[in-house]
Design a protein. Sequence first.
Length: 320
Amino acid sequence: MPASIRLRPPSRSVTELRPPGSKSLSNRALLLAAMAEGSTTIRGLLDAEDTQVMLHCLTRLGIWYQRERVGQAKVEEGLIVEGTAGRMGGEEAGSRPNLDVGTAGTVARFLTAALAAAPRPSWALVGIDGSARMRERPMDTLLESLTELGAGIETVGKPGALPCRVLAGRGLQGGTLHFDELASSQFISALVIAGVWARIPLRLVMRRGTPAKPYVDMTVAMLERFGGKAAWVEPARGEVGMVLQVEPSTLRAPSNPVLIEPDASAASYLLALPVIWGGRVTVPDLGSGSLQGDAKFFEILGRFGAEVEQSASFTRAGKG
């Protein structure tokens, strides 16, 4: 390793930069496409460990996907996922597939919930496990909630954590769940995704709200792309806090391709560069209708004197 590293400031430039797709949007889109009826085309998909884990798990379940074009080099150029319409699996998966979610929290939580809710599963039992670190991460609120809703869940090791098994044939009844303090918004997002397959509406009452609410809003918005129905509603008499209601719905592949926005957190670094060194950077496909909370980062740059602009189709920042 060299004794010192010399860094040179970037030259002032006017350019367009598009970071890779959002991980959060990518895994939501992949799972909902697998749950839906019909074929879903997804473009701009992030090609990284968490999405690779999701795709590997879908493959283990016998859920088929392919690249949009023959000879296509990168998955972000387009992926077609064949939905299972409630089966959450194919015959080639066998009756007892085992899934390794690695360290991917979205895969562990979202996929567990979807499998537990599957109304017509093609398997008898699915084993779910992850890395040593994933086994330490909390799953208790989700597993307890799914069990309360009628799902068949068995923990194999430490209670409330991976590994676990999901038993077929139970599904989710629906009803009302109450939460005091949530460790992760992913629990709510997982239940929103699963709730569309419940027999009756699912009402989630969060007495102290939810951390990272924009990620829950992202889940609701992506669910709506596939025909799902979920919305924030006013608390009923005797309820305190925030209430999210999910209606039983049939998910269907969107008629148009699902475009994954560039990752807004990654884009924030690119937008900050010209504010420091001069010039201008435009990030395409990250606009005012973004589902990501960090897409508003440009407003902070504006407070620091940057020249900023956001339209429906891009975000731009510069200085000087």
